[in-house]
Design a protein around this ligand. Structure first.
Ligand SMILES: Nc1ncnc2c1ncn2[C@@H]1O[C@H](COP(=O)(O)OP(=O)(O)OP(=O)(O)O)[C@@H](O)[C@H]1O
Ligand SMILES: O=C(O)c1ccc[n+]([C@@H]2O[C@H](COP(=O)([O-])O)[C@@H](O)[C@H]2O)c1
Length: 197
């Protein structure tokens, strides 16, 4: 499956859930729906990456991951897209810059599970990403506490919004981030891959 570029109007609030989706699972759906509700988003785009720059082993072929993700995204507000592949981009800093340029006036929010905040300071130009758009970190079993004590959380401490103000995040001037506690899903792609015959 190949997608065009998703439509978005200025003023819309769009969550970006970047991921390998190798494969997609109901945990992705659960955090996307929680983000839609708690952050008052209009849409969540699943950015199916050509490959996580920090992972040594490449993921399954893009088409297969896109097909599964499209089946799993059972919500009309969730859009599955391979736009990073179309743009020839892999680093999140480049993706965010390209989207802000291509969609002026759209309020993007980066979404990530708490496991990703733990290693966020290893991402390419991570401070630039945090200065470019608000970030919502979704609690995930096994990494919620670690995320609170992570290098990035420490450096970005002054920019953290209280959870009660999460609905304001999309309008906040970056750097701004929130840690969302939600009913946690233990699902992971790793577990699903290990269970595959
Ligand atoms: N159950 C979950 N709870 C919270 N966040 C999640 C969950 N599953 C995935 N995420 C987040 O969704 C984004 C995309 O995740 P990804 O596609 O890598 O799935 P994954 O289950 O983390 O895969 P893997 O086990 O291969 O690392 C990441 O920011 C990740 O932290
Ligand atoms: O840009 C980077 O340096 C970078 C490093 C690690 C992860 N990312 C992005 O983080 C998202 C989550 O990746 P993953 O593999 O945990 O699903 C995905 O969009 C990756 O491209 C980006």
């Amino acid at each position: 499956m190949r997608t065009g570029f998703p439509l978005a109007r200025p003023g819309q609030r769009i969550g970006l859930l970047g991921g390998s989706f190798d494969p997609a699972h109901d945990g992705h759906l659960a955090i996307s729906r929680a983000a839609l509700r708690r952050l008052r988003l209009d849409r969540v785009w699943w950015l199916v990456t050509p490959g996580n720059p920090l992972k040594r082993h490449g993921p399954a072929p893009l088409d297969r991951r896109m097909d599964t993700a499209a089946r799993l995204a059972r919500d009309p507000r969730i859009i599955v897209t391979d736009l990073e592949t179309q743009l020839g981009l892999r680093m999140t800093a480049d993706t965010v810059a390209a989207l802000r340029h291509a969609y002026p006036g759209v309020r993007f929010v980066w979404l990530m599970g708490s496991d990703n905040l733990v290693q966020f300071h290893h991402w390419d130009r991570w401070r630039q990403i945090a200065a470019s758009l608000p970030i919502a970190v979704m609690a995930r079993p096994g990494s919620r506490l670690q995320a609170r004590g992570s290098v990035a959380a420490g450096i970005l401490r002054p920019a953290r919004l209280p959870e009660a103000r999460a609905a304001l995040l999309a309008d906040a001037r970056p750097p701004a981030w929130v840690l969302l506690n939600l009913p946690m899903s233990p699902l992971s792609s790793t577990t699903l891959r290990e269970a595959m015959p």
